[in-house]
Design a binder for this molecule. Structure first.
Ligand code: N01
Length: 533
């Protein structure tokens, strides 16, 4: 047993790396347990063709070291997965983090004992530590739909989030892909370029705005580095933790022509800027939202040559951002290729009935493939945590506690599970994650410093604080349109997983307001936390 640890950190992505660095600054003996054979988390696992950030690089990075900010240079606006992984490798090397990381090892169980936690791994190792911090990410635990016959497929089957590191040669292959979420939207145009043919099975069309990727110029890079902390402060003041300017106000206060001009400008800016820098009420006012939705549909009609395909690709019946909107890289253009076929597997079309040895059988046809790709998403937010047998006081498991709905205080702590901290846990903000993660790491680091200075033995959310946070999470989302993707399986509410509790599982009350709430709790001597000596 390894019992000379203060802290076990689960996961070596952005969160785990930043937490390990912070723990060392506090002089804590920490060990990171990571399932992958390298650092990177999301960026280690998601190596599918076309994987790249949907946030611009200069605010999708770590800020805890000024030197790091100056030393690392991004090549393009939205870095691809290989570049993101090189960056996180660079972070690990620069701060010599690997010596405290155990790779290729999965935490299988964590049990609270009065003096801390026992952590079991799949290598049979038992660790004991006073504190646990999980950095498991929102979108980690793969969701593989239970298609009848899935195991019978005779060709090669790949999950996008488990894409082989050595890549897959798709040249000359007949490829099918199921899923048109943010992952599918990135993978489809790239696979289409490589494969002999690509058949896309779409159940729900998405609102895809082009990312508008491009290389960064040397002057621009120098300027971004020089202003990094100014940009970070702006991101911390934004509701989705992105350093964006406000929009032009309420969309419906403009006449149609002016509104269209502003949407055109947002489209040219690209990605999330379309959502946040055009108008300020797209996620609040149904009419404003429908105006944006119709603008996107008009773009689809403009780009896609075949009107029937354009119509199939056009989302209807749920608001723009009711599901997390993907950023595109020639996404709609891919459907103009002769080798790409779109198949409607919605309830109105021909749903997938089974996977056969040859391919995919829908309600009205069978499609044959050499390669089948599943871009079917994740058991988001809670999935990676409940996959571990986490037992708190009195043997209660996290899975049991969260059966009807996840319950946390600030997304960071859970009543009944003392000394456990969850970076980007359920009911923390879904926003630009590196910025959110670093705020979480700072907060947890400060709690641990405080506990040590004050001789605190356990830190635990009170039931009241947890219930109050749950209410605030609910109240915050009510005025928005963000949970109206329920009927179209949005992971925001767990609706993408059959049988999962359908309840909003992230904080949509503004990342900025969340940071303020966390700061306030700390300033008030960790209000809502029970500290025992
Ligand atoms: O997963 P998804 P994702 N039959 O759940 C379909 C982040 N991300 O991996 O929409 C047929 O969004 C499903 O159909 P439907 C980002 O936050 C970030 O794409 O449920 N189809 C859908 O089309 C994103 O939101 C980045 O009707 C089935 C797809 O599979 C999150 O990860 C890049 C099906 C799943 O879409 C998840 O995105 C990529 C079935 N039985 C992802 N079951 C970047 O920032 C599921 N589907 C770069």
């Amino acid at each position: 047993m390894n019992d000379d640890l203060d802290l076990v950190i689960v996961g070596a992505g952005f969160a785990g790396l930043a937490m390990l660095h912070r723990a060392r600054e506090s002089g804590l003996r920490a060990r990171v347990i990571e399932a992958g054979s390298g650092v990177g988390g999301t960026w280690f696992w998601n190596r599918y063709p076309g994987a790249r950030t949907d946030s611009e690089c200069y605010y999708y990075q770590l800020s805890f070291s000024k030197e790091l900010v100056q030393e690392w240079t991004w090549s393009e606006r939205y870095p691809g997965q290989p570049e993101m992984l090189r960056y996180l490798d660079f972070v690990a090397d620069k701060f010599d983090l690997r010596r405290d990381i155990t790779f290729s090892t999965r935490v299988t169980a964590m049990e609270f004992r009065e003096d801390g936690w026992d952590v079991t791994t799949d290598s049979g190792e038992l660790l004991r530590a006073k504190w646990i911090v999980t950095g498991l990410g929102f979108l980690t635990h793969p969701h593989v739909p239970e298609f009848p016959g899935l195991d019978s497929f005779a060709g090669d089957l790949y999950l996008t989030c488990r894409w082989p590191a050595e890549g897959v040669d798709l040249a000359g292959k007949r490829v099918g892909i199921i899923g048109t979420g943010a992952t599918g939207v990135q993978a489809i145009p790239i696979i289409a370029q490589e494969a002999a043919s690509l058949t896309v099975f779409q159940r729900t069309p998405n609102y895809v705005v082009p990312a508008q990727n491009r290389p960064l110029e040397p002057d621009e890079i120098a300027d971004l580095k020089a202003r990094h902390y100014e940009i970070l402060a702006k991101a911390r003041g934004h509701s989705f933790a992105m350093p964006f300017d406000p929009g032009h106000g309420p969309a419906m206060e403009f006449d149609e022509e002016e509104r269209r001009r502003i949407f055109e400008d947002g489209w040219a800016r690209g990605g999330f800027r379309f959502l946040f820098e055009t108008f300020d009420d797209l996620i609040l006012d149904p009419d404003a939202n429908e105006a944006a939705a119709e603008f996107i549909r008009s773009k689809i009609r403009e780009i896609v040559y075949d009107p029937e395909v354009a119509e199939l690709l056009s989302p209807r019946g749920y608001p723009y951002s009711g599901k997390r909107p993907p950023a595109g890289h020639d996404y709609y253009e891919a459907y103009n290729r002769d080798n790409v076929t779109l198949v409607d597997v919605s309830a109105k079309g021909a749903p997938i009935r089974e996977i056969t040895p040859a391919g995919v059988r829908t309600a009205d046809a069978e499609y044959e493939f050499d390669v089948l790709v599943l871009a079917t998403g994740f058991d988001a937010v809670t999935g990676a945590l409940t996959a571990i047998d986490v037992r708190g006081r009195d043997g209660l498991t996290l899975k049991e506690k969260w059966l009807d709905a996840p319950k946390t205080y600030l997304g960071l702590t859970v009543a009944g599970f003392p000394n456990l901290f969850t970076i980007s846990g359920p009911m923390s903000p879904f926003a630009n994650l590196p910025v959110c993660i670093e705020k979480n790491v700072e907060w947890i680091g400060n709690v641990l410093d405080h506990a040590r200075a004050e001789g605190v033995r356990t830190v635990e959310a009170t039931e009241e604080a947890e219930a109050d946070w749950g209410r605030r999470v609910q109240e915050a989302v009510e005025p928005t349109l963000l949970t109206l993707g329920e009927g179209v399986h949005s992971w925001f509410t767990g609706a993408n997983i059959p049988g999962k509790a359908h309840v909003v599982n992230v904080w949509f009350g503004g990342a900025n307001n969340y940071f303020a709430a966390c700061d306030e709790v700390a300033e008030r001597g960790y209000e809502g936390l029970r500290l025992t000596r």
